[in-house]
Design a binder for this molecule. Structure first.
Ligand code: G3P
Length: 218
């Protein structure tokens, strides 16, 4: 499973990179706003830090013509830029044109298997079902994800699925269990994945015993 970081914060991106756990980045207007920097500055910083892995940047125009204009501009910022397009009727028209132009797309705000089917048929590079936001309203995000995986297998749809709106480590575990291609994970959840109290307790005991026994390797 590829691990994308769902953030626009450069410090978080650098930390994940140091751990060797960064296969790509997804952003959205909310995440960019959280950096407190002008959006373009924040985006250019990310592209400079990660020049060789997919970086999703979202359009904000709601008309298909506007989305296409914005997408073309954003795509010029880097070869690895992927354009996030919301799943709307206008968005669908934009996806088709951008796919034909060879511009990579990530169809966002996906909440149902049929939305994912449609985005796949139109040639989207990625689709992003939002697990956490479905759970928030009493639906089962994981069930939706499972159905999308199944439907894509049925028809050999090559669009890659990015499990998004991940809120906790158990979402990540269940994504891996289902075999989803990519999970885009907030930094806090990525950090939590690396921690286990028994590891900390076990290590403290090993260090203590090494000191008692006078073990010194170097
Ligand atoms: O980037 C899109 C998605 O991951 C947003 O997550 O937590 O705002 O629902 P969240």
């Amino acid at each position: 499973m590829k691990i994308f970081l769902d953030t626009a914060k450069i410090e978080e991106i650098r930390r994940a990179k140091e751990w060797g756990l960064l296969d790509g980045i997804t952003t959205n207007p909310t995440l960019l706003a959280q950096t407190g920097k002008p959006w373009k500055e924040a985006v250019l910083e990310i592209i400079k830090e990660v020049p060789d892995k997919p970086i999703s940047l979202e359009v904000i125009d709601t008309t298909w013509e506007g989305m296409i204009r914005e997408a073309r501009e954003l795509a010029k910022m880097g070869d690895n830029v992927v354009i996030k397009i919301p799943f709307t009727q206008e968005g669908l028209k934009a996806i088709r044109v951008l796919s034909q132009e060879g511009i990579k797309t990530n169809v966002t705000l996906i909440f149902s298997p049929l939305q994912a089917l449609v985005a796949g048929k139109l040639g989207a590079t990625y689709v992003s079902p939002f697990l956490g936001r479905l759970d928030d309203i009493g639906h089962d995000g994981m069930l939706v994800l499972e159905e999308i995986i199944h439907i894509y297998e049925n028809y050999g749809i090559e669009t890659q699925i990015i499990a998004a709106s991940i809120r906790h480590v158990d979402h990540v575990r269940r994504c891996a269990h289902l075999g989803v291609a990519i999970a885009t994970i907030p930094f806090k959840v990525l950090e939590q994945m690396l921690k286990h109290p028994l590891t900390d307790i076990g290590l403290a005991k090993f260090i203590e015993d090494a000191q008692k026994a006078g073990i010194q390797i170097l």
